[in-house]
Structures are given as structure tokens and as C-alpha cells.
Design a protein. Structure first.
Length: 82
């Protein structure tokens, strides 16, 4: 959250709120570091390997619903620029 806040120059509280909304709307899913293994859903090798747990780290990945939203948004942006 700190890195995202710094990268985009927004308050950490805004990033936390945005993440909570994305979770609530099921656009992303969170994996706690307590999970034994989590697949790397962002990689084309996602079925080939796992990320080992790291203490205190939360992982967020796009759900299918989130991927659909991004796909629709990208089509709108590309269509608007033509």
C-alpha cells in the first residue's frame, strides 16, 4: 500500500479504500501470507509454479470479473481515441 501511495502520489488511506472497494466488488482477491501456496495469477506460467509464503505479505490478484472489467475499459479507451 505504501509503494502504491508513493508511486501515484496519493494518500495511503485512499489506496486502502480503493483496495477495499475492489475486494468488495470482487474485482480482486487477496491471499494472506499464511496461505501455504498461492498461484501467480498474473503470469502465463500460473499453472507451472507457486509463490512460497512470505511472512506479513498480502498478495492481490485480479479475478475473472476484474479481468473482464479491464478488458471492457481498454476497449472503451481504444475506441475513444480512434
Amino acid at each position: 500500500m505504501d509503494e502504491i501511495s508513493q508511486q501515484f502520489g496519493v494518500p495511503k488511506s485512499f489506496v486502502e479504500y480503493a483496495v477495499q472497494e475492489l475486494l468488495r466488488k470482487e474485482y480482486i482477491k487477496m491471499f494472506n501470507s499464511e496461505d501455504e501456496k498461492i498461484t501467480c495469477a498474473l503470469c502465463f506460467h500460473k499453472n507451472a509454479y507457486f509463490l512460497r509464503k512470505a511472512k506479513g505479505i498480502k498478495y492481490y490478484v485480479l479475478t475473472e470479473k476484474g479481468k473482464g472489467l479491464l478488458s471492457r475499459e481498454n476497449k472503451l479507451v481504444v475506441g475513444a481515441s480512434q
